[in-house]
Design a protein around this ligand. Structure first.
Ligand code: SAM
Ligand code: SF4
Length: 337
């Protein structure tokens, strides 16, 4: 079906906003050490937007030119009935309004959902995996079952979903595994994206100890692999390279050592309807109130435009000994990674 593309939302720095990430729950079945403390307090369920409201909000963004929608969390696949949200949003893929409907998941429930997600219109999935070693995986995620995640990854591949593996590189934790991850992803046909830890939300541990600049990881990888930079096609924060030995791609997300804000095309919505215009800043817009104020979407659309007009130029993350506290107080699981 041909779709007439609406004018894009443009922020004050001339960046068109094509990409919305939506956290559908702040809850999770894992407790990754860099993301959460072990005893997290989650939002009361009554505060969450209903799946119908999330659909309405997402659809309002799609009507205003958003072309890519990523469902995340928390763990999106622990939200009850989340498949119905994917099925409903899939109509925008079918109409051509959305170029992509995708999700980021820890993979623990993917074996159950992969095939249905594909049917709903999902073509690609990002799966977080910080270690190929079951014992180490358990230490990093506190509660994770490595075998379940590997089953999920396999199911995604079997369903024909394109898989991208996200790995947070941590000093003294998994830095010795990055080469094996590159080789494994290459062999499986998965993209690999390496991420630096970002100072978001209180965790139990010490972030300075975990923080590992990817410049070091890349230098280490280049001893074994030939990495050739490839032009960016996604407009996202990852800088990609082609690995000569495997033919695969490895991306680097370096919020701490390289500022990727110039090309930022995205905003983030929480499961309570708060829109964050920047991952690393506190300013936010409440979209729940204008949405609930009327049946029509006029107020909601105006609130979205007003929020985009306030999108800041960029973030200002610092992790060092003097700044060993979160740059922003909310956890990644609230805004959606
Ligand atoms: N639960 C899903 C998952 O783990 O894929 C989706 C949400 S999770 C918050 C999204 C991504 O953010 C994951 O790849 C995770 O590794 C990453 N992440 C979480 N906290 C982070 C932090 N403080 N610094 C860097 N990456 C982080
Ligand atoms: Fe859960 Fe994802 Fe955070 Fe790990 S990174 S605790 S899986 S939300």
């Amino acid at each position: 079906m041909t779709h007439i593309r609406p004018p894009a939302l443009i922020d004050p720095f001339g960046r068109p906003i094509h990409y919305l990430r939506v956290s559908v729950t702040d809850r999770c079945d894992l407790r990754c050490v860099y993301c959460m403390s072990e005893d997290m307090t989650f939002l009361p369920k009554a505060d969450l937007l209903s799946l119908e409201e999330l659909d309405r909000l997402c659809s309002a963004f799609v009507e205003q030119g958003v072309r890519k929608l990523r469902i995340t969390g928390g763990e999106p696949l622990v939200r009850r009935n989340v498949l119905s949200l994917f099925r409903n949003l899939g109509r925008h893929v079918k109409s051509g309004a959305l170029a992509e409907l995708t999700l980021t998941t820890n993979g623990t429930h993917l074996a159950k959902f992969a095939e249905d997600l594909k049917q709903a219109g999902v073509r690609r999935v990002n799966i977080s995996l910080d270690s190929l070693d079951p014992a180490r995986f358990k230490t990093i995620t506190r509660w994770g079952d490595h075998a379940k995640v590997m089953d999920g990854i396999r199911a995604a591949k079997d369903a024909g979903l394109k898989v991208k593996i996200n790995t947070v590189a941590m000093r003294g934790v998994n830095e010795d595994e990055v080469e094996s991850l590159v080789a494994w992803c290459g062999a499986e046909g998965f993209d690999l994206v390496l991420i630096e830890t970002m100072p978001m939300g209180d965790i139990d541990g010490d972030r300075t100890a975990q923080y590992l600049p990817l410049s070091l990881v890349r230098a280490q990888l280049e001893q074994r692999f030939e990495l050739t930079p490839i032009p960016d096609t996604t407009g996202g924060p990852a800088r990609y390279t082609r690995v000569a030995e495997t033919g695969g791609r490895v991306g680097f997300i370096t919020p701490m050592t390289h500022n990727f804000c110039e090309s930022c095309n995205r905003v983030r919505l929480t499961c309570t309807g708060t829109l964050y215009m920047c991952l690393g800043q506190e300013d936010a817009a409440d979209l729940r109130t204008p949405m609930r104020a009327s049946e029509g979407d006029e107020l909601l659309r105006a609130a979205i435009r007003e929020a985009i007009a306030r999108k800041p130029k960029g973030h200002d993350f610092v992790i060092d000994r003097r700044h060993n506290r979160p740059a922003v107080n909310r956890h990644m699981s609230v805004t959606g990674g």
